[in-house]
Design a binder for this molecule. Structure first.
Ligand SMILES: [Zn+2]
Length: 198
């Protein structure tokens, strides 16, 4: 016995989300069925507009609604420091510490030879272009403490080590293998202020 097709379609859509197995997807689909028409409409509109209304910032690659994001265009922020993060979620984690007032660069991944991801597959070239700006004095490598995150940080360091830019790495208060996104704000703020020059 199969569920009706509209429910099956919704179940298989929910199962594409991370951490959602069949059982949860079934529960979510039947819950959706009990939602008010207005809420379902808003839900589907949010999904449909998600990609349409967003684009990567032309400078830092952060996903936002403008060609240049509100961080890159904020004149009050310190443009001499660029904090390099793996993802938009990591950028948000850093912003939530309320301790960083410089600019960002979102790599959109890490170098991972095992998964066939090389330096050209992440937003590295544009970082090196930005590093040529004499206004840039420090680059903070805030990639995650995973083997790939460390490898990517070392790769960037090797390229920048013969320049005048100070390259720093957030301190290792963050346990190995953890994702910045899930580190509490205090720990992340401490790791940021205790960053070390490489
Ligand atoms: Zn930006």
């Amino acid at each position: 016995m199969q569920y009706p097709k509209p429910i099956l379609d919704l179940i298989s859509s929910y199962m594409k989300l991370p951490g959602i197995g069949k059982k949860t997807a079934v529960r979510m689909a039947f819950h959706t069925l009990t939602m008010k028409d207005k809420d379902i409409e808003e839900f589907s509109k949010a999904l449909a507009n998600l990609k349409k209304d967003l684009c990567p910032c032309s400078i830092c690659h952060r996903i936002n609604e403008h060609e240049v994001c509100n961080i890159c265009s904020d004149k009050d922020r310190n443009e001499s420091i660029i904090c390099v993060v793996e993802s938009d979620q990591d950028l948000m984690a850093m912003e939530n510490t309320e301790q960083f007032f410089g600019h960002y660069h979102v790599l959109g991944g890490v170098i991972s030879p095992m998964n066939g991801i090389g330096p050209n597959d992440i937003n590295l070239r544009s970082l090196l272009e930005r590093a040529k700006d004499p206004k840039v004095k420090e680059i903070i490598l805030a990639t995650n403490s995973t083997p790939e995150g460390e490898g990517t940080a070392s790769f960037i360091l090797r390229i920048l080590q013969n320049t005048d830019i100070k390259v720093t790495r957030i301190a290792q208060g963050i346990s190995f293998g953890s994702d910045l996104e899930f580190v509490d704000e205090m720990t992340l703020a401490r790791a940021l202020s205790a960053r070390v020059e490489l």
